[in-house]
Design a binder for this molecule. Structure first.
Ligand code: CA
Length: 232
């Protein structure tokens, strides 16, 4: 079954599309073909969904309210996330298509398109991506696997809330560097909503409790730091 991955689970697709009619038609079509679909309509929502879930593919409209879908793609690739991305572009936007491919899109499809062609393209990028490997992030005995959204300590899986996971990921991606409270807030909230001033401190406290007191160092007045894998 092409809609199944190698483990036999349904392929999870993140659909990023602000047009209600098109989004609804796409979701219906993909679900009917056996895929599971999460549908979001803007860049911040897409970023948070990508942090919290391991998707088999992203179907990405470039014309989004308040920003281009290219921002989502660049965000993904900047984190070395190799999730396959199929971009949806308008017929007259050739430069966008080129930018999308340059930014790491796997393929594109031009509006208007037939739903069965879209499904075929999507299955193709999923198939091709099965050979790629996303490497895990490590700090001492703590391992974060971004592809599976799993954190282990000394080989034992540790359950983190979504906000704790996002905080840890932001720190481990910048291991050896000091990460400011503002950077961590942006990682947790995707630039959305108002934030209580001590929120990040609470997540850090929880991470220390679950993963070890000395995992995250406080850099007074500047932020927080996790040691690089080589111990720096
Ligand atoms: Ca659009």
């Amino acid at each position: 079954m092409l809609s199944m991955n190698s483990q036999g689970a349904r392929v999870q697709v993140l659909l990023v599309e602000d047009d209600a009619m098109l989004g609804d038609a796409l979701r219906t079509s993909l679900v009917a073909s056996g895929m599971a679909v999460d549908w979001v309509g803007d860049v911040p929502e897409a970023r948070l969904a990508l942090i919290d879930h391991g998707y088999g593919a992203v179907l990405l409209d470039l014309g989004l309210p308040g920003g281009s879908g290219l921002a989502v793609l660049k965000y993904l690739r900047a984190r070395y996330d190799a999730t396959p991305v199929l971009i949806i572009t308008a017929r007259d936007r050739l430069s966008e298509r080129v930018q999308g491919l340059d930014a790491g899109a796997d393929d594109y499809i031009v509006k208007p398109f037939q739903l069965d062609e879209l499904q075929a393209r999507l299955r193709a990028v999923v198939r091709r991506s099965r050979n790629s490997v996303v490497s895990a992030l490590r700090c001492r005995d703590v391992v974060l696997d971004p592809a599976r959204r799993v954190v282990t300590k000394a080989g034992v899986e540790v359950t983190l809330s979504a906000s704790e996971y996002r905080t840890l990921l932001a720190l481990m991606e910048r291991a050896g560097q000091t990460v400011s409270r503002e950077q961590l807030e942006a990682a947790v909230y995707g630039g959305n909503g108002t934030i209580e001033s001590n929120t990040v401190a609470v997540y850090i406290h929880q991470l220390r409790r679950k993963l070890g007191d000395d995992l995250v160092a406080t850099v007074h007045g500047l932020g927080y730091r996790i040691a690089a894998a080589n111990g720096s």
